[in-house]
Ligand binder design. Structure first.
Ligand SMILES: Cc1cc2nc3c(=O)[nH]c(=O)nc-3n(C[C@H](O)[C@H](O)[C@H](O)COP(=O)(O)O)c2cc1C
Length: 326
């Protein structure tokens, strides 16, 4: 018995499992290629400070590492997202993911190039809007998610989005890190899963060993949904979006004192931005979601994909028989 959904046919993959396109270099070519090689769909996080040059090098590197399909995802409310998408399309990428912006302007150029468009949303209204804009797949992201996310939990969000955008396939994101979570998401009507926190603690992610170790040592109640890191960096996000990270010295100091932080950031932003992001896990954000409870060791990404697919297939074949009586 093997997991299979319509999404597998659409994306031309074996398993309906994707890694999140984590920006800032967190989801580099190595991660995307490993996920694709293992039968999922790898997504490169295409938004970094290095811009187009980095993106081209990553796409080419992923192509060296795998012959299978992979995609690129963007933080699409930031200036330059359309140009970066054009770079990816020029490089022959045929799966493009957008998040945090109205996808309307991106859909036409992507479809003209023969690419599929995935769009991550956090509300049912945004899901409906994405469907109207013509996206091919909607990712419903619950508040449990690591990184920037909304306020509604995965459990109520996913089925509502499934109903709102049918027959467009929906991917569930937020709080999924083992086969039970995958099976549950499919029971809610999702046709695939998109995981960030589980994949950040793989050998192929772009974060430091200290970051991986912090994720592994943490559990769900160690995370906080906060604006403090965005206030410190001065990076804007749409209304209703905050970042979920593991509590650290910086969030302990400023969460709930955002007005004072704004004043502090006015004087110290350059200093803050100059902190080496890799090693400063007490001050820089350690983005991770509530699924961190299930992330207890660093694994190769391929093992994560294989394990999730096998566990989910087992849960889906055993549980109904365990639960139902004639
Ligand atoms: C380290 C990290 C970085 C992320 N960066 C991005 C990003 O650049 N763009 C994006 O759309 N989502 C980003 N996300 C959110 C993911 O797309 C996804 O919704 C989330 O990881 C799913 O929940 P999970 O962390 O419980 O698996 C990030 C998540 C993490 C953990």
């Amino acid at each position: 018995m093997m997991l299979h959904t319509r999404l597998c046919d659409l994306l031309e993959v074996e398993f309906p499992i994707l890694n999140a396109p984590m920006g800032g270099g967190d989801a580099p070519a190595e991660l995307a290629a490993a996920v694709s090689e293992a039968g999922g769909l790898g997504l490169i996080g295409g938004t970094t400070r290095e811009g187009a040059t980095w993106l081209v090098s990553q796409i080419r590197r992923a192509r060296d590492l795998t012959d299978r399909p992979f995609g690129v995802g963007f933080i699409s409310h930031l200036p330059g997202a359309a140009d970066l998408m054009a770079v990816a399309l020029d490089e022959g990428v045929r799966v493009i993911a957008h998040s945090f912006a109205d996808p309307t302007p991106f859909v036409g150029p992507a479809h003209d190039a023969g690419a599929l468009v995935l769009c991550q949303v956090r509300t049912v209204d945004d899901a409906r809007h994405a469907a109207t804009a013509g996206v091919d797949v909607v990712t419903a992201q619950g508040t449990e998610a690591g990184g920037h996310t909304g306020r509604v939990s995965t459990l109520p969000l996913v089925p509502a989005v499934v109903d709102a955008v049918a027959p467009i396939p929906v991917i569930a994101a937020g709080g999924i890190a083992d086969g039970r979570g995958v099976a549950a998401a499919l029971m809610l009507g999702a046709e695939g899963v998109w995981l960030g926190t589980r994949f950040i603690a793989t050998a192929e992610s772009g974060v430091s060993d200290a970051y991986r170790a912090r994720v592994i040592a943490s559990s769900a109640d160690d995370t906080v949904l906060t604006d403090v890191f965005d206030v410190a960096t001065g990076m804007p996000w749409p209304d209703g979006v905050s970042g979920r990270a593991i509590v650290n010295q910086f969030s302990e100091r400023w969460h709930g004192r955002e007005d004072a932080l704004r004043v502090w950031a006015g004087e110290h932003r350059d200093e803050y931005l100059a902190l080496a992001s890799d090693e400063e896990i007490d001050n820089r954000p350690v983005w991770a979601g509530e699924a961190t409870s299930f992330v207890t060791r660093v694994e190769p990404a391929a093992e994560v994909v294989a394990r999730l697919a096998a566990e989910a297939a087992q849960v889906l074949s055993n549980r109904p028989g365990d639960l139902l009586r004639k």
